[in-house]
Design a protein around this ligand. Structure first.
Ligand SMILES: Nc1ncnc2c1ncn2[C@@H]1O[C@H](COP(=O)(O)OP(=O)(O)O)[C@@H](O)[C@H]1O
Ligand SMILES: Cc1cn([C@H]2C[C@H](O)[C@@H](COP(=O)(O)O)O2)c(=O)[nH]c1=O
Length: 216
């Protein structure tokens, strides 16, 4: 039976790599798939992994309709066995409903990949709907780590290494960026709550909060 699966995890835990591996493995067995993405860091209509792999993909725009797209391909004589959907957190709730219909009404497997929560720990609309509708939610096995060594569970947005909590929900970016750029850092919940990034924890160590004792 076809399935709707949500592979989730923090940023930088290997989701796009897994998406490309799954496509490779299914295609190697003669199955025909389509890769979709939205707002990949490498540019439009591309899926990219930090391991260096990338592939062409269909860019999911705001008004894109999955069911209509697949039905159109099938009625033109095409074969579609599965869909790979990266950056699915950016899809609308309605687009996730369309994906569920592709699974149930067309018998096509849909594998989605994305982060669940934003820099303020709030669910993205696409991820929320996936958690509500998916047959399975799989948390990736590869653990991204907080600077303290604990498993990273949350995504922080940083400016100059300092965590920020104001701003638009969607700002495309990466985890390894220059000092002055907006970037992201994965943290454990404890350090996300305390807004303690790698840079601010280093600064705290370097500036002791007691004055040095002056010998007379
Ligand atoms: N130079 C490297 N050598 C080995 N693994 C790497 C290297 N760079 C990145 N990775 C792996 O790639 C993962 C990120 O993969 P990616 O698919 O881009 O993540 P995501 O889509 O979840 O943001 C990292 O967690 C790490 O395991
Ligand atoms: C936390 C958070 C992330 N984003 C953006 C930043 C990246 O472009 C993607 C996540 O990509 P990855 O392949 O999982 O690394 O999401 C955002 O727009 N808003 C956020 O709060």
């Amino acid at each position: 039976m076809a399935e709707l699966v949500f592979f989730s995890g923090t940023m930088d835990c290997g989701k796009s790599t897994l998406a490309l591996q799954m496509d490779h493995n299914h295609a190697a067995r003669g199955r025909k798939g389509i890769i979709f993405t939205r707002h990949d860091r490498a540019g439009a209509a591309t899926i990219s992994s930090r391991l260096g792999l990338r592939a062409d993909a269909v860019e999911v725009t705001e008004d894109f309709e999955f069911q209509a797209h697949v039905v159109h391909l099938l009625s033109a004589g095409g074969k579609v066995d599965y869909l790979i959907c990266d950056e699915a957190q950016f899809f609308s709730a309605d687009q996730i409903d369309q994906l569920a219909r592709v699974v149930d009404e067309l018998g096509i497997d849909v594998y989605t990949f994305g982060i669940t929560t934003d820099f303020r720990t709030k669910l993205f609309p696409g991820s929320q709907r996936l958690i509500e509708l998916a047959d399975r939610v799989e948390v990736l096995q590869v653990e991204a780590l907080c600077w303290c060594g604990a498993r990273a569970t949350h995504n922080a947005r940083t400016v100059g290494g300092v965590m920020v909590v104001e701003g638009a929900q969607v700002v495309i970016g990466d985890v390894a960026v220059n000092e002055d750029e907006i970037g992201y850092e994965v943290l454990c919940r404890r350090h996300h709550r305390r807004r303690l990034t790698a840079a601010t924890s280093r600064a705290a160590v370097l500036s002791p909060d007691v004055l040095p004792f002056e010998a007379r």
